[in-house]
Design a protein around this ligand. Structure first.
Ligand code: NDP
Length: 245
């Protein structure tokens, strides 16, 4: 248990695998009640069952973050089920890697939709709740690629992660009293993200992932940001594998 996590209601998008799933399990083990959202409902149900067996509390919600109404229902549902919401972890993301010259416009659109629009949908749904409560915390998943463009191959992905840092910075200024905003910037993390890449860049991506750290390492960084006292805003955390440039 952790004093500043115990009893908190934490909503997490993209919690059916990787960083989101590990964050849900870690926070639940520290006493948070976790509301987990993603599209793969069976995965979410299995994670809730695992949390249950370990003595924690969680609930699954089917959410496609690209759909504004799904995200609004997720946040409204969480408030209805648990009375309030203390933290929204905007974690859902996709990373299909390909050179710009391949013009994979559908993949560009999907990255923009999930990685940027999805986060904005989360902000639109949770900000009014946080402002009403006069407290709340956004934890937004950017990346080390939100500082440095990974090219060739990751230009559009990097653009979406630069955007998350920009949105987090602006949100921190605009959100109002009592609302904290953390941008988490992981390096290479072992998860299902690497499987988004098909085609010429696949081998390169798989090569990079040999240096991956476990998703649980990022979950610990997220927990650190959440467990600070209310007057401490951990604005950014960069967490990468030792030796990753
Ligand atoms: P995973 O692929 O394991 O997890 C991604 C999650 O996003 C899944 O739960 C998936 O669930 C969800 N998701 C994808 N599209 C949607 C959608 N339209 N609506 C709702 N949920 C969606 O990858 P990670 O855990 O690694 O990724 C988590 C975050 O961390 C991402 O934002 C990623 O960009 C970021 N990150 C990851 C790094 C890495 O090396 N792994 C490094 C830096 C940042 P489902 O398919 O069930 O909907």
């Amino acid at each position: 248990m952790s004093k500043n996590i115990e009893g908190k209601i934490v909503a997490i998008t993209g919690a059916s695998s990787g960083i989101g799933a590990e964050t849900a399990k870690l926070l639940a083990s520290k006493g948070a009640i976790v509301a987990i959202g993603a599209r793969r409902r069976q995965r979410l149900d299995a994670i809730v069952a695992e949390i249950d067996r370990a003595g924690g509390r969680g609930k699954a919600y089917t959410v496609d973050v690209v759909k504004r109404v799904d995200v609004a229902n997720f946040i409204e549902g969480t408030v209805k089920d648990f009375g309030r919401i203390d933290v929204l972890v905007n974690n859902a993301g996709v990373m299909p890697v390909a050179a710009l010259s391949e013009c994979r416009i559908d993949e560009w659109d999907r990255m923009i939709d999930v990685n940027i629009r999805g986060v904005l949908h989360g902000i639109a749904a949770a900000l009014p709740v946080f402002q009403r409560q006069k407290s709340g915390q956004f934890v937004n998943l950017s990346s080390v690629l939100g500082f440095k463009v990974f090219a060739p191959g990751g230009t559009v992905y990097s653009a979406t992660k630069f955007a998350i840092r920009a949105i987090s910075d602006g949100l921190r200024v605009e959100a109002g009293d009592g609302i904290r905003v953390a941008s988490i910037e992981p390096g290479i993390v072992d998860s299902e993200l690497k499987h988004n890449t098909t085609g010429a860049a696949k081998d390169m991506v798989m090569g990079f992932y040999r240096q991956a750290i476990p998703a649980e390492s990022v979950a610990r960084a997220i927990a650190y940001a959440i467990e600070q006292p209310a007057d401490v805003d951990i604005s950014e955390i960069v967490v990468r594998s030792t030796g990753q440039p």
